[in-house]
Design a protein around this ligand. Structure first.
Ligand code: NAI
Length: 393
């Protein structure tokens, strides 16, 4: 099938590789010729590495590369069946692209955006045929991350939703369906991983090395929150938090931290700038954690309780199904297990008690327990009753 990708930056290049690897004929467009050249060189490097590792034959690598045409006009993708936009996160620029695009493509062409933070409904509204528009949200790096969030807007037709989903599944991805709400699934549910860790640090309960140690060793997360923020970039992570906070009409649950704002302002962006919460310069000493199990366990319990609460609330507001919420967090950000599955393991009663204890201590709505957890506690239910039944056999 013919696919158009707009924007040859980090995401556009990755998505083009995914589509080309699934035998699609891809037209990749960017307004900057140097972005196209860079994208082509980067793909060649990736292909060579995969050949060296024996993961790809030279013939297959050639085919993938030949499947991508680097084009300098939007007209060149006029015969596409699906077009995915992955340009700068600026609604005015995106909207201008969509209105030009619609005058070029066929009536059947699906138009999608890879936006992380804009509402799909607002982008769809710029189209004359908004029912053809949908959100298709990949994760970075797109060729390696299995998860893709599919976000229909209120205007999107069922046919487009189903077709878009089956195309992406055909590209070897694992799709989850998300409601068009701020942060979709992953960028919403993951907020407390950073926010609560920062809160614990700001209150002086533990230092960054100890919080990271606890989350990795006791919580079994692949990376600690501060390591991960440094990896993502404190500028980017801060912007996502601030965007979600504003989009939720300043719900205190998503309130950004001054600490992170100052890191971004100082240019301590993390790995990419050589300095963030940690110092990545040569010979810099890595701070040592205080390996105290009691403190460590309290840190994990508090952050995981907040993550569970966020996941439960996302389910309460029908952002996605329980399975999709758990899949999104395990495949999109590599959590050691699904948060709702984790809630079942703790027991709903423990989740409610931990959240109520935090609320009791702070008297802040940030710590209010999701009505869904409370309802489940009253009814004595769990998220996956079928799993409990299997275990009890
Ligand atoms: P990027 O800055 O790496 O690439 C953007 C590209 O778009 C640049 O090459 C730029 O020259 C090009 N561009 C700008 N205006 C254009 C126009 N009018 N027509 C054609 N090309 C144009 O950005 P990145 O990180 O790839 O992000 C792209 C989109 O993907 C954004 O909407 C972002 O929110 C979203 N996204 C980003 C993720 C990430 O981790 N970087 C993850 C998931 C989604």
């Amino acid at each position: 099938m013919k696919v158009g990708i707009i924007g040859a930056g980090t995401m556009g290049s990755g998505i083009a590789q995914v589509a080309a690897s699934a035998d699609c004929q891809v037209s990749l467009f960017d307004t900057k010729p140097e972005a196209l050249a860079k994208s082509q060189q980067k793909l060649a490097k990736i292909m060579n590495r995969l050949i060296e590792k024996g993961r790809l034959t030279p013939i297959a690598a050639n085919t993938i590369q030949a499947n991508i045409k680097y084009v300098d006009t939007l007209e060149a993708m006029a015969d596409s069946e699906l077009i995915i936009e992955a340009i700068v996160e600026d609604p005015t620029i995106k909207k201008a692209v969509f209105s030009t695009l619609e005058s070029l493509v066929s009536r059947e062409c699906i138009i999608a955006s890879n936006t992380s933070s804009l509402s799909i409904a607002s982008l769809a509204a710029t189209c004359q045929h908004p029912e053809r528009f949908i959100g298709i949200h990949f994760f970075n790096p797109a060729p390696l991350m299995k998860l893709v969030e599919i976000i229909p807007a209120v205007q999107t037709s069922n046919t487009v939703k189903n077709k878009a989903r089956s195309i992406i599944i055909g590209w070897g991805k694992l799709t989850v369906l998300a409601k068009d709400t701020p942060g979709f699934i992953v960028n919403r549910v993951a907020r407390p991983f950073y926010g609560e860790a920062l809160q614990i640090y700001d209150e002086g309960i533990a230092d960054i090395a100890t919080i990271d140690w606890a989350m990795k060793t006791i919580g079994e997360f692949r990376m600690g929150p501060f390591e991960l923020m440094d990896f993502i970039g404190n500028d980017i992570n801060y912007t996502v938090t601030e965007t979600v906070f504003k989009a939720f009409y300043y719900d205190p649950r998503y309130r950004p931290s001054f600490t992170q704002k100052r890191m971004a302002e100082a240019g301590y962006l993390g790995k990419k700038s050589g300095r963030g919460y940690y110092d990545y310069r040569e010979d810099a000493e890595r701070p040592k954690p205080t390996e105290d199990i009691v403190i460590g366990q309290a840190i994990v319990d508090r952050i995981v309780a907040m993550l569970i609460n966020e996941a439960a609330d996302a389910l309460h507001y029908s952002v996605a199904s329980k399975v999709d919420i758990d899949t999104a967090m395990t495949k999109g950000v590599n959590y050691p297990k699904g948060l709702l599955e984790w809630a079942d393991e703790w027991g709903i009663c423990t989740c409610v008690e931990r959240l109520d204890a935090l609320f009791e201590e702070y008297h802040e709505t940030r710590y209010r327990c999701s009505p869904l957890l409370r309802k489940m506690l009253k009814a004595g239910t769990r998220f996956y009753p079928e799993k409990a039944a299997v275990k009890n056999k």
